[in-house]
Design a protein around this ligand. Sequence first.
Ligand SMILES: *[C@@H]1O[C@H](CO)[C@@H](O)[C@H](O)[C@H]1NC(C)=O
Length: 353
Amino acid sequence: MGAYNLRICALVACLLLASQASGYTMEQMCAQWSGTGYVGNPSNCRAWGYCQGQKLVGWGTCPNDYIFNSQKGACGYASSTVCATSAVQTCASATSPMYVADPMNCTQYGYCDGKGSVQYGNCGVGGVYSASSGKCVWGPSCPQDNICQFMLSGIYVGDPNNCGSYVACNNGVATSGTCSTGLTYNLANGYCQETNNCNGDNSNSGSSGEFTVGQQNKNICKTLWGDAVDVKVENVVQTYKYVSDQSTCYGYYFCAEPTAIGYWNQCPAGTQFNIKAGQCVSPASFICPYNRCGNVNSEFMAVKNTGCESYIVCSDSAIQNCPTDMYYDEVNNICTGTQPDYPICKGTYTSTD
Ligand SMILES: *[C@@H]1O[C@H](CO)[C@@H](O)[C@H](O)[C@H]1NC(C)=O
């Protein structure tokens, strides 16, 4: 009897886990894709990211009244585009009755009445709602919870759970595939090839900047504790510190003590982590040596050590210059005749910083 209860609990836990929104960050989606183009933002159905060279290089949001259609890679009218992150939002704009997945709870589905309201239905014990087929299917895993949910239709990407294999994405559905005997899938070029780039490491493609919140690092606290500034709360020095993740502008590790395991976390949207301040701050207020487009909703960002004469186009990493004697003011998103006073424009970064 005890064992029986335990199994039920385990199944419930599975259902709860499966009911969370897609577990892949935009960084992780880009890391699995050799192509260049848009991915949907799994935390906001109006927002998108842009992948290039297996990295997330751009961010943006559709205009008001538009929803980002991840499968088409374009903004679509809210009245005819499903908001994959909110059934309530989809139904608020739907002008005719329809069924939608509930991104918060896969064991139920939403019914839009076409007049702005949503009602919920239940898939029953062991059932989950499949958005692609529009009906309840047998669980426990949620059909929407796959890497293709926020990716273009008609592309092939690496299987995040099985390096060397791929998945085909079609309308948010992932179909697994393996290369023919002797060949392995190469994430970097999207081909099945004889050289195996996986090296037995199934965890990721090895691209830097790929972190998930809570990700652990055993040695980072020991290594970087000495360089990290004291964290003060109301002028009282705390026993913990935040250290750099050494690859992104917006991530840091929380260290409870010098010998603790570091836990990765990211700054609130629009801010980046200043190692010297031990805080998340405005990106313009310090000089981050990594990809400055990270975690900001900006089309362009100033390029360090150019006095802000140059800026980077976040969507494709191209470097552009403001007209002669003008400077890029990233806070106001214009080229201006006066050099802005921010550290990113006035300061110089050296590797000893
Ligand atoms: C998910 O939905 C089912 C069916 O409506 C409900 O019984 C369950 O409590 C919900 N779970 C959560 C975590 O809200």
